[in-house]
Design a protein around this ligand. Structure first.
Ligand code: CA
Length: 240
């Protein structure tokens, strides 16, 4: 059980889901994890509920009656920056790039484990918290085995310093600043290289490969910098 003081506000989740088996499991499971759960059983109901109350995070199934998850996501994004996690069914054809473009923060595929879902929810909430404040002058990022001293431009893995080239440092920093979040190839290239990016799209992969050899225990089975096929990369603190 997570440590909680009685006065602490519970995180409210709007769960948009039409499958009863998932609704039951989520209501019970998320409540136990300390979330306030509100259920919407179709897209229209989701928007109605969203207008009436404030939610900290939205868990949004793609295939819904009345209004699709994509339309709900677009409608919410038109006037809110609430974190949205998309849920897709296994085998469902999903355009990940489109999801990210319309403002989804993350996605999970059914069937998922509650533990994974809760970790994703907490990750998007954390990102919201850390994204708001003005960055510290002596900023330091510590995630998993990695500690990055932004100012000194130094990076350590399990306490051992690794030498990073300029672009590698920028790339790793961007990944670390967005833990658990899928960063598309386009975003990574744009933010790290900008107009400097020349040559084919392999440049990014070459840099990722080198980062993996430096930070992963087994670069062939990366636990931290994971590939989201056809979309981009994501930094995971620990793979369970
Ligand atoms: Ca559904």
């Amino acid at each position: 059980m997570a440590k909680k003081t009685p006065t602490e506000k519970r995180t409210s989740v709007l769960v948009v889901e039409d499958e009863e088996s998932f609704i039951d499991a989520l209501s019970i499971g998320l409540d136990r994890e300390g979330f306030d759960v509100t259920i919407a059983r179709d897209g229209m109901q989701a928007l109605t509920l969203f207008d009436k109350a404030t939610f900290d995070v939205v868990l949004l199934d793609l295939m819904l009656p009345k209004l699709s998850g994509l339309d709900v996501c677009r409608a919410i994004r038109a006037h809110s920056s609430v974190p949205i996690i998309i849920v897709s069914a296994k085998g469902e054809e999903v355009d990940m790039v489109l999801l990210l473009e319309i403002g989804a923060d993350d996605y999970v595929t059914k069937p998922y484990r509650l533990r994974e879902l809760v970790a994703r929810i907490r990750a998007v909430l954390r990102r919201r918290e850390v994204h708001e404040p003005v960055p510290d002058a002596d900023e330091e990022i510590t995630l998993g085995p990695i500690r990055m001293d932004i100012d000194a431009r130094r990076c350590f893995v399990d306490g051992e310093e690794i030498k990073l080239r300029k672009k590698e440092f920028a790339l790793l920093r961007l990944l670390l600043e967005n833990p658990g979040r899928v960063l598309t190839r386009e975003v990574l290239i744009d933010r790290v290289w900008g107009s400097d990016y020349v040559g084919d799209t392999k440049t990014l992969d070459v840099h990722i490969k080198r980062l993996r050899t430096l930070i992963e225990k087994d670069a062939k089975k990366p636990a931290h910098i994971t590939t989201v096929r056809g979309v981009g990369y994501r930094f995971e603190t620990a793979k369970s």
